[in-house]
Design a protein around this ligand. Sequence first.
Ligand code: 4AD
Ligand code: MG
Length: 465
Amino acid sequence: VRRSSVQELLHSQELEREVVVKGWVRTRRGNKYVQFIAVNDGSGFHSIQVVADAERFPEEQLKADGVENGAAVMVRGKLVASQGKGQTVEIQAEEITVYGKADTETYPLQKKGHSLEFLREIAHLRPRTNTFGAVLRIRHAMAFAIHQYFNQHGFYYVHTPIVTGSDAEGAGQMFRVTTLSDQNPPLTEDKSGVDYKQDFFGKQTNLTVSGQLEAEVAAMALGKVYTFGPTFRAENSNTARHLAEFWMVEPEVAFNELQDNMDLAEDFLKSLVKYALEHCADDLQFLNEQYDKELLGRLQFVVDNDFQRLTYTEAVEILKTARQKFEFPVDWGTDLQSEHERYLVEKHFKKPVILTDYPKDIKAFYMKLNDDDKTVRAMDVLFPGIGEIIGGSQREENLEKLQARMAAMNVPEHELWWYLELRKYGTAPHAGFGLGFERLLLFVTGMANIRDVIPFPRFPKSAEF
Ligand code: 4AD
Ligand code: MG
């Protein structure tokens, strides 16, 4: 008999047939007449109930064989309609084989629920819990939906480098790349006493903080492109919304201006959330019940309502007259803190917000300068419970203006000569943005901590794996 997935069987109409499933025992309970074994194989949220008759499978025998929480098993039996509540089908066991036991005394995942903090310490086992099974399936679905969205809208997926010589954000938040190999060539240039022998074949390189600059290269040839890859930031990111290693999605579109960029961001986010509602119903239902009763309502709200668009300057006016006391004062020219962002989204507008036209001094060098000479064509998308989920802008396409911004912000031209040549040869307006993939997942899953939406989180003091 061909092996079936648990999900296949749970949705099957063909009963009274022999089936085989392989998975892990979630629970075993029952009495001296009959035992119920819940088996989950990861194919979906729900487990299938295996009914083991005591005549054939005495409880003592099941115990001796190790048919316990956590064990890997094969079950062969008959698929039948279930008498019990909560499931339509079950398997009447004819054969149960244990591939690997999980000692009930020491297995870290006990039947009782565990705290998310505890589960973070056992990243190798937490995917076996209901919560992380749900999160990981949603993570997969969102990654797939991102590729599908772009593919359907004529974007090309480009692979930008992880090891790079430039600082795309000009914020100095890079991790350096060094080597332990002694096969590096001797130093070519000597800079400020650093041992460059340990660098990337004699060059100073970093882990990328953004694929944007390389995505711009591709957009200037392919028109509509996106990247989707690991991104690294050496900010002291000990918060529930920062990781040192995260995944970023960065579309970049030639001939788009700021308005088009906002339209794209809004349509993109809505379609991703819609995809989750349509394809991750079981997992979302569980998360909604377990952690956050407003999750499903919030997701539907984002799909159904237009985002509020306003300028940074307008937002500062709102914040200055807000009744709420903020920890950080707001004044034109200061960067908004997450408390300000969340006030605008959660208290003032009560919907997602797109803020545009930030002061040039608090944004990156590549953003297009407005005619006022004070603000740039930046946009941040702010989400409830999250704050900034997307950061983007229209890019400065004028060579002289870009050079002036780089000089003013101490971004060395020799590191970005190739980026400047995009403006020298066939320059055009273009725009793009970066979506933090884990921030999207925080929103979609309703989880409170970003460390719980990535399989192996990297943050200060993370270790082990
Ligand atoms: O606003 P950021 O820094 O923008 C850029 O990197 C641009 N180059 C993007 C572009 O225009 N192509 O980062 C973009 C998004 C943020 O809005 C946030 O969602 C996420 O990346 N992000 C992080 N997510 C998790 N941990 C961190 N440390 C993050 N830093 C940024
Ligand atoms: Mg940002």
